[in-house]
Design a binder for this molecule. Structure first.
Ligand SMILES: *Cc1c(COP(=O)(O)O)cnc(C)c1O
Length: 371
């Protein structure tokens, strides 16, 4: 009855362990919809990765296992997400959304939380409110989302020298949020690092997103005094898509003749076939996809001539049967979708599972089943 995410557990866990072994200092990112898995499950898995790293170090003190670094920190997106992970992961909790002097951020006082501070004023306000706060300073990148420029970093270093800032003892590093891979990040990171080094901040830790293994290895060599903490979400949790399968359940099937009315808007069937009702709708994040084919007049005329359903305004759905992506008979409903199966296509049984193509970061599954 549901939209399910089925996870091949051994395969998924093997990918998580491989990633943790290949990325020293890994900071798993557990935010939003938990990349489809849910925040609680990801926090538990991050704790499991830390336990596995400890076991590997003990079992293999002179071998490759010795290189496994602790997973001592996870990152959440917002202060409101902390409640979902706090009891499931025992280490530090980095909040990626910058601290502001209002809202849940201002109410949060927790020795396990590491704040992201992206404005000089906020650094003063945070320290005034909680002199024991732990924080990283975000340096603005080419993303231009949040962060301080080079001058702000200098001023921050000055501010942290004041006695009230306890010599910057709460400072746990500098953070860069880099754009998704577009060629190499190295030039940009080197420029940003020049500012960080010049500011003379009392820290040698850098937290960064979206660096490749190769870029990290290069930076570790170039800035050997620094500790690099890569924040990774997508390529950790969703890095092995072959471990994941998403299915919907067939709930009903009705034969229709050309001209039969159906649906919320009493639309008429353009030709004979079946309406297939499957689980999964707008509440799950199932949306309309781009119309099929080209939208040019010529393409539409050609589609009409061959009796194509795209020409009558049917839109491609993410659901497939027998290896073919099917069309929505009308826009998805809240928890179910109506598909149109042309005459001649096999009509699946009620209860049959059909594959669905989704974006994991925007889908809410009814059930996540991990083997
Ligand atoms: C979401 C996010 C990440 C992780 O991004 P992925 O592409 O999922 O690996 C890292 N850093 C920041 C600041 C983020 O917001």
């Amino acid at each position: 009855m549901s939209l399910d995410l089925t996870v091949d557990g051994p395969r998924w866990r093997a990918h998580l362990e491989r990633t943790a072994a290949e990325v020293p200092g890994l900071v798993p990112v557990c935010k939003g919809n938990g990349y489809g898995f849910g925040l609680g499950r990801l926090a538990r898995k991050a704790q499991w990765l830390d336990d596995r790293a400890a076991t590997a170090r003990e079992a293999d003190p002179d071998g490759p296992g010795a290189g496994r670094t602790p997973v001592d920190t996870i990152a959440v997106g917002t202060y409101d997400e902390l409640a979902h992970v706090r009891t499931r992961f025992g280490g530090s909790l980095l909040v990626l959304t910058p601290w502001r002097p209002f809202g849940t951020a201002a109410e949060t006082r927790d020795p396990r939380v590491v704040h992201t501070v992206s404005r000089l004023d906020d650094l003063e306000a945070l320290l005034a409110q909680d002199p024991d706060a732990r924080y990283v300073l975000e340096r603005r990148t080419s993303m231009l989302r949040h962060g301080m420029d080079a001058r702000d970093l200098w001023r921050a270093a000055d501010l942290l020298r004041r006695p009230a800032a306890r010599g910057g003892r709460g400072l746990e590093g500098v953070a860069f949020h880099l754009p998704l891979e577009q060629g190499s990040h190295l030039g940009e990171v080197q420029r940003l690092m020049t500012d960080v080094v010049a500011a003379g901040l009392p820290t040698t830790t850098v937290w960064a997103s979206h660096l490749t293994h190769h870029e990290l290895a290069t930076l570790r060599t170039q800035y050997a005094d620094y500790t690099w903490r890569p924040r990774v979400g997508t390529s950790l949790w969703l890095g092995d898509r072959s471990a994941l399968s998403v299915t919907s359940t067939v709930l009903d099937a009705h034969p229709v003749e050309r001209g039969d009315a159906f649906g919320y808007r009493s639309r008429t069937a353009p030709k004979a076939g079946h309406l297939l009702i499957v689980s999964g709708g707008t509440a799950h994040g199932i949306g309309l996809e781009a119309p099929t084919g080209e939208s040019s007049v010529k393409a539409r005329a050609a589609a009409l001539a061959r009796g194509g359903l795209d020409a009558v305004g049917f839109v491609r759905s993410p659901f497939s049967t027998d290896g073919k992506q099917r069309l929505f008979a009308e826009p998805p409903h809240m928890q179910a979708s109506m598909l149109f199966l042309p005459a001649g296509a096999r009509v699946p049984e009620v209860g049959e599972k059909v594959p669905v193509r989704v974006r994991y970061t925007t889908t809410t599954f009814d059930r996540v089943v991990v083997s």
